[in-house]
Design a protein around this ligand. Structure first.
Ligand code: NI
Length: 310
């Protein structure tokens, strides 16, 4: 139903009221309603009171301004929500990647290098700790810590320091030993020959120290060592010097009673000692270790050894 502006009554057909300006121009039908903007403030003389916020003046009435309704957004794009959703993490198939392949490879290489350097540092620190621990263990064992001053089978003085720089396989015995000492020295010679087959390994120096200085003179020792190996070095000295050397390696020896020919046996420790080029005691082998086992063990020490003093 059409209502004329400013009236709440229903409109009736008939002559236009005189107050309708446009109808006075000869129109027989009223114009349709027009929405006007909110009226200006009207407080005070010549001013209208301010309209309530959010209203429009419709004819003589104030109606609330319609609130525009935003279309809902939906995942997956479309006219309603495609824009909002396309600004997220997903990327359209044809768009450029954020970082180039070269940049990504450089980042991966840098991270890998950092990890490698860290691993090398940790390994180096671990080796240092293990080396220090090994030195402490050898000091606790206290084998081979002392020095000795002897004479070799050529008559030259030989101390423990003179043997440094070479891997040494050391044995204490005596030249009149009927069975055990010859067996051990032959085994020692075979160990040397087994290791000599590998040219990558350092030369092993076999050394014999007598525990019978009274009978084992320089000449007697020189004759004796030639029976076993050309590199075998025989050492002797005064009873005090020999005792000092035996004490350094915790070697036990004791001469037995003499018979009618002034012959006697010497009871002694039967051990092969392995010394590093730094003069450190590394390992020992009893008479039940075969030459192959001993050679294998020495080879392992030679290939893994790192001087704790370097
Ligand atoms: Ni013996």
């Amino acid at each position: 139903m059409f209502r004329p502006p400013g009236s709440l009554r229903p409109w009736r057909a008939g002559p236009c009221p005189a107050r309708w300006g446009r109808c006075q121009a000869g129109r027989s039908r009223p114009q349709p309603l027009r929405l006007s903007q909110p009226a200006a403030s009207g407080h005070g003389p010549g001013r209208r009171p301010p309209p309530p916020p959010g209203t429009w003046k419709v004819g003589g009435l104030r109606v609330p301004v319609p609130v525009p309704v935003r279309p809902p957004t939906f995942p997956g794009g479309g006219a309603a929500g495609g824009r909002a959703f396309s600004q997220g993490a997903s990327r359209s198939p044809g768009s450029e990647p954020r970082y180039s392949l070269r940049t990504r490879l450089l980042v991966v290489a840098a991270v890998g290098l950092q990890l490698l350097l860290g691993w090398l540092y940790l390994r180096s620190e671990k080796e240092k700790r293990e080396r220090q621990k090994r030195i402490e263990e050898l000091r606790k064992v206290a084998i081979g810590q002392g020095d000795f001053q002897l004479v070799d089978h050529t008559g030259r003085p030989c101390s423990k320091g003179d043997l440094k720089g070479s891997w040494v396989l050391l044995y204490f015995g005596f030249t009149h030993c009927p069975d055990i000492c010859p067996e051990e020295l032959e085994k020692m010679s075979r160990v040397v020959d087994l290791l000599d087959r590998d040219p990558r390994l350092p030369r092993l120096q076999p050394v014999f120290i007598t525990v019978d200085p009274e009978r084992d003179t320089v000449a007697a020792v020189a004759k004796y060592v030639k029976e076993f190996h050309p590199r075998l070095r025989g050492l002797t000295g005064s009873p005090e010097q020999v005792r000092e050397a035996g004490r350094a390696y915790r070697v036990y020896y004791s001469a037995g009673p003499k018979d009618q020919d002034d012959d006697y046996l010497v009871d002694h420790t039967v051990i092969l000692y392995l010394l590093s080029p730094d003069g450190l005691f590394m390992d020992y082998y009893n008479r039940y270790k075969t030459d192959a086992k001993i050679a294998q063990s020495i080879k392992g020490h030679m290939t893994t050894y790192r001087s704790p003093f370097s």
